[in-house]
Ligand binder design. Structure first.
Ligand code: FAD
Length: 401
């Protein structure tokens, strides 16, 4: 077959499976977990994954041929139920997990029956996550973990956590790490809420006191934790900044709606219209850039260029919601009651005021804008590297507070 015939056959296969899914499981009347389970079994969860693991072994760009008709049919989206598992956990398991781990983790992750969280950041290690201190010590077929993580989104709902811990303090910081999948309900795991400026406690502190993790729940080799973490981090940037929504949809649609309401109520305003058009153009550039990046990506892990979408998304989202608050005028200050709540998903809001407050975190979560610029400077543009005095010293000899 020619390349064109092969790609036509792939599209036909995907379309046939989507039709089969929607016929057997009408989106409006099927409960979300059942629908998503059927989607996984038909290989339509992540089309680029292998058959039997939620995929069909096809290019990832074909996922759009699944997502668009499912969105139109009102089907549940796995991201909403399990954003960290779906966007970051699954590709990490596929890249580094054993056959048994893929069978155990992927399906309930996709259906949202088992929510995942990411436990990288610590009070003393955020941007410099490789400097982390949480220790894992081997004890036969188990590891014993002690330490603290912080800013752990959705830990309060999670069944599994992606944990990076230090297993060899005698090695330089990047070399003495190992990656685990930890049962968040294991004895010794304690999750405490952290309140954000929205009033919500979307993230948490997580404490580990003599937590025992079976060696079977290690992801990748001992000492290879940094390499496995990079897979998670690369996917995190794309997961946060790489979404492709229909033209004019997403945050910019809220700005357009508010602008129209305001223009009707108090007449048009050229300066504001110009600001809106600039934001609309930036949204469209980001959308097209993400489409191009998605098409260019083959089956592997996204590269450092994923930082482009992450920076652009973060800065744009903040600017769009600032504009919305300006449009609201004094009403922009009338925000809820700041009661502490525990959200069931991360980062989404129907309330523009909450979205404005939440958007301030976009340039911090998943790596700060400054750190993204370092990555682009060094790994994409080839500029001289940041000064890293601790890179080759044993971790235990690096001074820390
Ligand atoms: C809403 C939200 C959700 C989060 N969820 C999670 C989660 O689920 N799991 C998880 O593990 N973490 C999570 N985080 C943590 C997040 O990854 C860190 O906050 C982030 O990496 C920054 O680390 P830090 O807060 O320790 O800041 P620091 O690293 O202390 O940075 C402080 C400032 O210094 C700047 N800076 C640091 N190093 C450099 C450098 N080399 N060059 C230039 N500037 C630099 C930073 O840009 C920043 O402005 C979340 C954060 C937020 C806000």
């Amino acid at each position: 077959m020619t390349d064109v015939e092969t790609s036509q056959a792939a599209v036909a296969l995907v379309e046939e499976r989507v039709t089969r899914l929607l016929t057997a499981h009408p989106a409006a009347t099927t409960d979300p977990a059942t629908f998503l389970g059927a989607q996984f079994d038909l290989g339509l969860a992540w089309v680029q994954f292998d058959e039997g693991f939620g995929g069909l072994g096809l290019p990832p760009s074909l996922q759009e041929a699944v997502d668009t008709p499912l969105r139109r049919a009102g089907a549940p989206h796995p991201y909403m139920r399990n954003p960290i598992g779906y966007g970051m956990g699954a590709p990490t398991v596929v890249a580094h997990g054993t056959e048994a781990q893929k069978r155990r983790y992927l399906r309930p992750l996709f259906t949202g029956q088992e929510v995942w969280c990411q436990m990288f950041s610590e009070p003393g290690a955020g941007s410099d996550v490789a400097g982390l201190s949480t220790r894992a010590v081997r004890d036969g077929d188990e590891w014993v973990v002690n330490g603290q993580k912080v800013w752990t989104t959705l830990a309060h709902l999670s069944h599994w956590g992606m944990l990076v811990a230090r297993t060899d303090p005698d090695q330089p910081k990047h070399k003495g790490l190992t990656y685990f999948v930890v049962d968040m309900h294991a004895p010794g795991v304690e999750v405490k809420p952290l309140r954000q400026m929205t009033g919500e406690a979307e993230f948490n502190e997580v404490y580990f006191t003599d937590v025992r993790i079976p060696d079977a729940e290690r992801l990748g080799d001992v000492g290879e934790g940094w390499r496995v973490s990079l897979t998670t981090l690369m996917h995190e940037r794309v997961s946060i900044g790489g979404a492709v929504v229909p033209q004019g949809a997403g945050p910019i649609s809220e700005a357009v709606t508010l602008y129209k309401q305001r223009a009707t109520a108090s007449g048009d305003d050229h300066a504001r219209r110009e600001r809106l058009l600039q934001l609309w153009s930036r949204s469209e550039v980001l959308r097209l850039t993400n489409i191009r990046a998605g098409v260019a990506r083959t089956r592997g892990v996204p590269g450092p260029e994923g930082s482009i979408g992450k920076i652009a998304f973060a800065e744009l989202n903040k600017d769009i919601y600032s504009f919305c608050i300006d449009l609201l005028g004094p009403a922009g200050m009338l925000y809820g009651d700041y009661a502490t709540t525990r959200p069931v998903t991360a980062g989404f809001s129907a309330d523009v005021r909450r979205a404005f407050l939440r958007s301030r975190a976009n340039s911090i979560e998943g790596g700060t804008t400054e750190v993204m610029k370092n990555i682009l400077g060094e790994r994409v543009l080839g500029l001289p590297g940041d000064v890293r005095a601790d890179k080759d010293r044993p971790w235990k000899d690096v001074p820390r507070s």
